[in-house]
Design a protein around this ligand. Sequence first.
Ligand code: IN0
Length: 415
Amino acid sequence: MDFLKSLSHPEEIYNLFKFKMGGCRTVMSRLNYESMSPSLRICYQYLNQTSRSFAAVIQGLDDELRHAVCIFYLVLRALDTVEDDMTIPLPEKISMLHNFHSYLYDAKWKYTESREKDRRVLEDFPTITLEFRKLAQVYRDVIKDICQQMGRGMAEFLEKKVGTLAEWDRYCHYVAGLVGIGLSRLFSASELEDPILGQDTSLPNSMGLFLQKTNIIRDYLEDQQDGREFWPKEVWEKYAQKLSDFAVPENLDSAVKCLNELVTNALQHVPDVLTYLSRLKNQSVFNFCAIPQVMGMATLAACYNNPHVFSDVVKIRKGQAVTLMMGATNMEAVKNIMHQYCKEIQLRIPMSDPSTTHIQEITGNISRLTLTNSPFVSRAYLSPVYLSCAMLLVALSWQYLSTLSQPSDEYIKGL
Ligand code: IN0
C-alpha cells in the first residue's frame, strides 16, 4: 500500500525499499538490550509503544544522552496523559499537574484510574522514575525543572481557551517550547553540544512552537471530535461564529482562509528553526532535531489551502516520511527540503486570500534563507521510463519483502 501511494514519486519508492533493506540505520542505532537493567528495558518498550517512529529517532542518539531523552520523553508523555484525561476531576487534576515534578522522586507514585491511550506510563510510573533517579544529576535537574514549569502552564490553560495569538504562543511554549528548552539543556549537559545551546531559550522555543502549531493545525477535526479546541480565537473569530462551524461543509471557504492564516503564522518560526539546526555539531543530535522539523514542514505544506483538513486526517505518505528521515542528515539537505516545500506552498497561494501578501513575504524569506548551491533534484525527471522501472522495482521488492521479516518492519508500520 505504501509503495502504491508513492507511485507518482519514484524517489520515495526507491527510499522505501532502501529503508526496508537497512537504510534506516543511518538515523537509528540498534539498542543493546542485553546490557540494560530490566527496568530500562521496560522504559524502551514503553517508548516504542507510545511513539514507534519517533522512538527510533531517539534510539539513534549517542550513548547516555539517549537514556536521558528516553526518560524525558516518557515523563512528558505521562504529564501529557494527565493533562488530556477528561475523567480526572478538575481540582485533582490541577493539583496533579502542579505536583507532577515531585512525583519523580517519589518511588511509589502512580496513577491507575486513567483510560487514556498511553495510560501504561502512568500505571507503571515507578519503573520510569526508578530509571530517572539513576540519571546524572544535571539531567535530573533539567527534567524536573521543565516538568514543574510545564505542569504549572498546563494547569493555567485547563480552564481557559486559547484566545489571542500571544496566548497561542504561550500555550505552545508550555507544552512544546519548554521541551525544546529542556532538550537543549540536555544536549549541552551531555557535552555533545556547546554550553551556549542550553543557555538560549528563544531558538529552542521556536523549534517547539513550529511543531506544536503544525500539530494543532493538522488535528483540527480530531480535536473537534474529542471536544478540544486549540485554534486561537483571535484568528478564527474573523471567519466564523464558533470554531466548530468549520466542520460544516457550507463554511469551507472561510475555514480554508482561517487555516491559511494559521499556516502563515506557523511558518514564521522556520528562520529560527534553521538557525537552531545550524548551531548543532553532533550528528546524532542533528538527526534527532532535524527529522521532526522537516516532517513538520511537509505536514504544514500538505495542510496549506487544503479543505481536507476539515473532513479527514491530512497525513504525509510513508514514502515521503522515509525519504525525509534518510535525507535530513545535514544542513544543506535540510535547507533543500525546506526550500522544496516552501516552493510547493508558493505554487498554491490563492490570489484572493486574506493572508496572501503575508505568506508571500514569509515564504519569500524562507526561500532566500534556504537557497543552496545544490538544489534538490526536482520531480521533473518523472519520465515514463523511470515510472516503469519503479513499478518493476515495486513488484520485485514486494515479493521479496513478503518473505522477510525485517527488524525495521515494526518501525515502518509506526510511521
Ligand atoms: C519532541 C519533539 C522534538 C524532537 C527533537 C527536537 C525538538 C526540539 C524542540 C521541541 C521538540 C523537539 O519531536 C516529537 C516528534 C514526534 O513525536 N512525532 C510523532 C509524529 C506526530 O505526528 O506527532 C511521531 O510519532 O513520530 C514531538 O512531536 N514532540 C516531542 C516530545 C518529546 C520530546 Cl523529548 C521531543 C511533541 C511536542 C509537543 C511537539 C514537543
